[in-house]
Design a protein around this ligand. Structure first.
Ligand SMILES: [Zn+2]
Ligand SMILES: [Zn+2]
Length: 366
């Protein structure tokens, strides 16, 4: 007779951290980040504990820190990150491709967490999961303290799309994969459902990291890509990601949902696709003549968060043809995590500067 091991439901594995993990807690506008020590975590059966190699300050973090997006404080922000697995829960976890996550794996993960079981997840709409979670979003304590990338460690919960990444790629290239790169891939993949990318004229509004990444992805898929930006220096930088000027109306336009939508819809060629990249509303809602859309056979599609498959494809792109583009240079400066408030100040100040880096990297323990 074998031994039957009965584990109580909700069993968690206690992991002690020596030295203690640290996390930068944000208390709200007007407060500096505070460092907390986390001497141990309780891992759920499928949780994964990752030691952060580098996190990047995403535009969405900056919006929260500037008070533009409400947040449940105190919170550990940050959702763009690459790190190394140091522990797993008792039942282990799998990467998106179904292979077991092992200690020592270098990984990235989607910024969103989907249950994998609800009707929307079953329909392939994991990014609209009924119980969608986000890293760098929850008030600390709700899911432990290591819930954002601005710490020495992140506790990945069951339902996180994890992808193993090559050792040969710089951390600065990989850190944005779970947000900017995956979303850029998602935008091009959405357009590809309606129009062939190869040979298409593509216009992208905004030479931010998302924009230049989407440009490089579309160029590598055979498109001719133009990146529009109010600032000529930023638009010029997009040329290093393969952008140039279009000589005809675009069949595909990628545009942030908060700005430039009317122009995008007006300029797209008949039969074309406008992909709206979800962003918090900043301006008056766009006014679109829907009968004009119908007459011109124009599709308007929305994309906000990426799917696990988008992340897999985005990492494959960075590890493959994406190596030809200066993604490592997009992170202009790497600073110790302890200098996060200075880094945020630098990011806000540089927002107005055309040649400012697209990301600032933060590295714990330096
Ligand atoms: Zn982001
Ligand atoms: Zn779900």
């Amino acid at each position: 007779m074998g031994t039957l091991l009965i584990r109580p439901p909700g069993h968690r594995r206690d992991v002690t951290l020596r030295p203690a993990a640290t996390a930068m807690v944000w208390l709200g506008e007007g407060h500096a980040h505070e460092t907390i020590a986390v001497p141990g975590v309780a891992l759920g059966a499928h949780d994964v504990l990752v030691a952060v190699e580098m996190a990047t300050l995403c535009d969405a973090d900056i919006r929260v820190l500037r008070g533009g997006t409400p947040a449940a404080v105190p919170v550990v922000l940050g959702h763009e990150c690459v790190g190394r697995v140091i522990a797993t829960g008792d039942d282990g976890a799998e990467t998106v491709d179904g292979s077991p996550v092992r200690i020592g794996d270098r990984v990235v993960w989607l910024s969103t967490i989907s249950c994998g079981a609800c009707d929307r997840c079953a329909e392939g709409l994991a990014q609209r999961c009924r119980t969608l979670g986000r890293y760098g979003h929850d008030r600390i304590g709700v899911h432990g303290d290591l819930t954002g990338a601005f710490g020495s460690h992140v506790q990945l919960r069951a339902g996180t799309a994890i992808v193993r990444v090559p050792e040969s790629l710089p951390a600065a290239v990989l850190a944005p994969a779970g947000c900017a790169t995956a979303r850029a891939w998602a935008a091009i993949a959405r357009a590809a459902r309606d129009r062939r990318i190869e040979g298409a004229a593509v216009r992208i509004h905004g030479a931010d990291l998302l924009g230049v990444t989407a440009a490089a992805i579309a160029v590598e898929r055979g498109a001719c890509v133009e990146v529009r930006d109010d600032d000529p220096a930023r638009a010029a930088r997009a040329e290093r990601f393969g952008a140039r000027s279009l000589t005809r109306d675009p069949e595909i336009v990628i545009v942030p949902s908060d700005d430039g939508v009317e122009e995008a819809v007006r300029d797209v060629a008949d039969g074309g696709v406008v992909v709206l990249l979800g962003a918090p509303a900043r301006h008056e809602p766009a006014v679109i003549d829907v009968s004009d859309l119908a007459r011109r056979l124009v599709t308007v599609a929305g994309v906000q968060d990426a799917t696990p498959r988008d992340l897999v494809d985005a990492v494959a792109f960075l590890a493959g043809r994406g190596r030809a583009y200066p993604f490592a240079d997009a992170v202009g400066r790497v600073r110790p995590l302890s200098e996060i408030d200075d880094a945020v100040g630098e990011a806000i100040a540089s927002d107005a500067t055309a040649d400012a880096p697209l990301r600032i990297g933060l590295v714990p323990g330096r």
